[in-house]
Design a protein around this ligand. Sequence first.
Ligand code: AHG
Ligand code: MN
Ligand code: MN
Ligand code: MN
Length: 333
Amino acid sequence: MAKKNQTLGEFIIENQAEFPFSSGELSRLINSIRLAAKVVNHEVNKAGLVDITGAAGETNVQGEDQQKLDVYANEKFIQTLTNREIVCGIASEENDNFITISGQKDDHQNKYVVLMDPLDGSSNIDVNVSVGTIFSIYRRVTPLGTPVQLEDFLQPGSKQVAAGYVVYGTSTMLVYTTGHGVNGFTLNPALGSWYLSHPDMQFPEQGSIYSVNEGNYVHFPKGVKDYIKYCQQEEGDRPYISRYIGSLVSDFHRNMIKGGIYFYPTTSKAPKGKLRLLYECNPMAFIAEQAGGKASDGFNRVLDIEPTELHQRIPFFCGNREMVEKVEEFMSR
Ligand code: AHG
Ligand code: MN
Ligand code: MN
Ligand code: MN
């Protein structure tokens, strides 16, 4: 039973009972993530004071200009997970290839891989708007004791054992699921502890917010254009409220609390969609479903997609169940 205001440490210990035969490896892994999140939070908070805003001067595998904080967050998460020898492999939005980790003591004996978007919403860093981190955890499918392979990372989202995000917002929160509901913890920066502030998070029954980069309207498929018109029509509880931050984590977080839908459809610039299946869509889809919501590529359940490549992109529709079903209905017409 989740108790409000208990610390994340207490919560993890108490909830290990959810994994009766576990070795505690997943708990230790979540512990490492909460530590790295604190380190990144500390740096993000200083962004205006020290020289960490702006471009890093490199382009990542996504074809995006890396920001200094993209690089910093990526390094910190990788360092923390590598030093603690807690996973056998890591894949990141910011790295061309996955990283193989062999422990000093037992070679390749860890059973989990982590996939992550170390800093989500990079374009918001320099203007002091919320950014985030997204992570996704799978059990490896190749044998223990051997180096991880691509197939350990290319698993459908339905195989995730845990997923979560950190939002570096007006307060810093860590929200995650291990498939037993969604819980949100708020960081007390003075004490450096995370407290359970949002137990058992659920989308409200009705949603009334739609979040999309409407500047791309002319490039959207017909079904999406029609759905946007539907959101804007005066009828019943419509027109809906339009809110778009441009940080998936923050847009999703607000929508889960207030009720709404986030979508990033295909555009002519991004014919396969923009968001990355493994680092962004799958973890958010897992959390959404655990919170009573739904995630779709416009036609199919996101968590059922068989990934074919590490940096694969998909169109993404995620939020209140009925809202996602409505947009699917428009898409299929
Ligand atoms: P990232 O900063 O990790 O590359 O992700 C950016 C993503 C996502 O966070 C956001 O919702 C979307 O890109 C915004 O894209 P547009 O600026 O095209 O709207
Ligand atoms: Mn990026
Ligand atoms: Mn992102
Ligand atoms: Mn990112």
